[in-house]
Design a protein around this ligand. Structure first.
Ligand code: P6P
Length: 342
């Protein structure tokens, strides 16, 4: 593997190829998936960047599977990812936060050996107020026989992911991904339309700086969660207080903590007894990335990547970030970080 520094001019395509060479058995299919996601990301970024200008703002009034009002950009991002990914011959099916069931590959296209799950535009309710939003994706190998993807291919524990990543449409557009060889960040240079390596081998700082939590739900939390948040804030004298930073846009909150250190928490509460965030295409990919950067992620009792899913859109509590902060969560919420098979 060529050793790059943040000043090397390396496109994401070249970096993907260099990483592929680490796996002599690689066929290039996974690399192709990552290329195509990067292309879709550029197309979505182009639209998001102009959201304030085009008439694309405002809700499309179409009810999506989540029962939320879809923003037109949600629809565009979802369709862009599907169209960019469905003909490459590397996927046997896809799943999206915006679609109730799995998305089959059209009959006229070849099926491949991977499945792709994604949240096409997370945090889209922030679009109209210019808060960063993001795309999150997860790739796993097909495990069922036959050509076409099945629900069983989607319902695998997160530790079976072969790749995961996110794109944050913020002050700059960044793509962060992992294939299990560390977490790497690329910044889009819009003048040339290339994602360039800007954050090689990201490591989450061991000493956390931030606590990201929406404490307007405090009255709905269980007592151990309230005690944990007091601990994070230094109110019980057991640790240095964390600074509270909460954007309310998952990718933005996770990205800041990945680079700055700390913990993001979306606990279960009486209104959302299983948590709000989605396991398969939000918690799993983000947990893979954070673990690859030296961090950890739990639902309070089990390592996120060890959870066996039962439903495509199932929700999970999420505590994700530096190992110390996540271990405090498992200690105070009665769990462990590696209950394999949970
Ligand atoms: P709350 C945005 O709607 C989202 O799905 C995530 O991006 C974000 O982390 C979370 O919900 C915010 O939820 O309940 O704090 O507004």
């Amino acid at each position: 593997m060529v050793q790059h520094t943040a000043t090397s001019v390396v496109t994401i395509e070249r970096y993907i190829i260099e990483q592929e060479r680490l796996h002599p058995e690689a066929t290039g299919e996974l690399s192709g998936i990552l290329y195509d996601v990067a292309l879709a990301a550029k197309m979505i970024a182009s639209k998001v960047r102009r959201a304030g200008l085009a008439d694309i703002l405002g809700s499309a009034d179409a009810e999506n599977v989540q029962g939320e009002i879809q923003q037109k950009l949600d629809v565009f991002a979802n369709e862009t990812l599907i169209r960019a990914m469905d003909h490459g011959g590397r996927l046997c099916a896809m799943a999206s936060e915006e679609e109730p069931g799995i998305i089959q590959i059209p009959d006229n296209f070849r099926c491949g050996k991977y499945v792709l799950l994604f949240d096409p535009l997370d945090g889209s309710s922030n679009i109209d107020v210019n808060v960063p939003v993001g795309t999150i994706f997860s790739v796993m190998r097909k495990i069922t026989r036959g050509t076409r993807g099945e629900m069983e291919d989607m319902l695998q524990p997160g530790r079976r992911q072969v790749a995961a990543g996110y794109i944050i449409y913020g002050s700059s557009t960044m793509l962060v991904y992992t294939t299990g060889q560390g977490a790497h960040g690329f910044t889009l240079d819009p003048s040339i339309g290339e994602f360039l390596l800007s954050h090689p081998d990201i490591r989450i700082p061991a000493v956390g700086r931030y606590l990201s939590v929406n404490d307007s739900y405090e009255q709905f939390w269980e007592e151990p969660v309230k005690a944990l948040m007091r601990r994070y804030r230094g109110l019980d004298g057991e640790r240095k207080p964390l600074n509270v930073r909460y954007v309310g846009s998952l990718v933005a909150d996770i990205h800041r903590n990945l680079l700055g250190g700390g913990v993001f928490a979306y606990p279960a509460n009486q209104k959302s007894p299983k948590g709000k965030l989605r396991l398969l295409y939000e918690a799993n990919p983000l947990s893979f990335i954070v673990e690859q950067a030296g961090g950890a992620a739990t639902n309070g009792t089990n390592r996120i990547l060890d959870i066996y899913p039962t439903d495509l859109h199932q929700r999970t509590p999420l505590y994700i970030g530096g190992v110390d902060e996540v271990e405090q969560a498992t200690a105070m919420l009665g769990g462990a970080l590696s209950n394999v098979g949970a």
